[in-house]
Design a protein around this ligand. Sequence first.
Ligand SMILES: Cc1cc2nc3c(=O)[nH]c(=O)nc-3n(C[C@H](O)[C@H](O)[C@H](O)COP(=O)(O)OP(=O)(O)OC[C@H]3O[C@@H](n4cnc5c(N)ncnc54)[C@H](O)[C@@H]3O)c2cc1C
Length: 467
Amino acid sequence: MNADVLARLKDAAGPKGFSVDPAEIAPHLEEWRGTWHGHTPLLLKPATTADVSRILSICNETATPIVPQGGNTGLVGGQIPLGGEILLSLARMSRVRRVDKAGANMIVEAGVTLAGAQVAASDAEMYFPLSIASEGSATIGGNLSTNAGGVHVLRYGMARDLVLGLEVVLADGRVLDMLRTLRKDNTGYDLKNLFIGAEGTLGIITAAALKLFPQPAEYATALVAVPDPRAAVDLLAQLQSATGGLLSAYELIARSGLELVLAHIPGAGDPLQAPSPWYVLAEAGGAARFALRQVLEDALAAAMEAGLASDAVVASSEAQRASLWRLRENLSEAQKKEGASLKHDIAVPVAAIPDFVARAIPAVLTAVPGARPVPFGHLGDGNLHFNFSLPKGGDGDAFLAKRAEVARVVHDVVHDFQGSMSAEHGIGVMKRDELLRYKSAAEIGVMRALKRLLDPNDILNPGKVLT
Ligand SMILES: Cc1cc2nc3c(=O)[nH]c(=O)nc-3n(C[C@H](O)[C@H](O)[C@H](O)COP(=O)(O)OP(=O)(O)OC[C@H]3O[C@@H](n4cnc5c(N)ncnc54)[C@H](O)[C@@H]3O)c2cc1C
């Protein structure tokens, strides 16, 4: 890369705003699963929106490609500079600019971690409901750029649904100040939504106005043994009706996944007497006077009588609630410890989940006999992590070599159910080809036109999402 351009970029970022130290840069070049490895001549670490604006205007003028990065927890390779681009870390933009309790919103900068945003809300006795396992490192900028989901989407929506306003720096350095906190604003095109879920290909998010909610005073949490996914879907409707729509999480877990947690996570125990092929972790939250625990117990007793559930445990303390959640939260870690796995982040309409599972598991087993299905995830949103572990005693590399073939099998079934082959994690580089296969030519055409309009020199995260 041109030395003069590098010098100008360093100057724009200021003395503390860049690094060429390989030891400092190295952790930014590897992603969590170790699948993608990047390289870069320069790590930029701007502290203000004005810094980002200066940096982008130089990049645009000199056609210098640049990759934005938040917490580097993305799972599709989007944040890694695979072609030796400049790397732009937003981590230093970590100010909570304002928390407005009366207006139920807060304005935070892109580099605030999700956990930090949650704390800023709870310090004001409010609640920011976005919650994902990587929240200690993942940032608000990354969350919005990937439109992150997580365990509370059922009640509060995806990251997109939690945004009131946005501040974005465009490819040419212009700042789009859309940091409004209005609940209603029908003044033409909703531009902020273009940048949410765009994975850094259309602009750099520098700050966001986020919605806040009242803190639930009490949670009712249950692990429920169900005979099959159909019963789990039927039970969802019953529990929503019984709680008046106060369910905030509804997670499906296959017995195979629970067994991996019991085998690999120290201290994990099966809270139910007898094994069940499937489980649901359900949680509702609300005011203490709603007596939600009693409501949940009554609804589960009725479900057992109707044959929708065979057993259940309702947490009677915060510690018990935490231990039920640990079973769910440790599924990825336990599967990692079991060895090689093939993962698919899919969504189909909620009611279609049982038929999808019934069709897709045999389809994969035909392609890879002996693969062990470990499906789990956000059933309440129709989103499953449709994962497979390697056959018992099988060769990990041989199993992983089937990645593309198995993904094609799974995604074709997803497509038949009018589903999505990327429910939460985005496209990045991992699913670019799949995007072209499953989106209509008209949709791809509009996406390409938007990219050309907003980033004519193709400097923003080139090669990600679209080729
Ligand atoms: C253990 C684990 C669990 C996870 N669980 C979930 C889950 O439940 N739900 C879920 O949705 N995801 C989950 N993820 C994926 C990941 O945490 C999310 O995608 C997260 O939102 C990424 O945030 P980040 O700050 O790490 O972004 P990064 O990984 O740094 O970047 C992600 C993408 O956003 C772009 N980007 C980053 N910051 C900006 C910015 N300021 N402006 C423009 N573009 C930007 C990057 O270029 C990249 O394309 C999980 C990941 C891990 C490792």
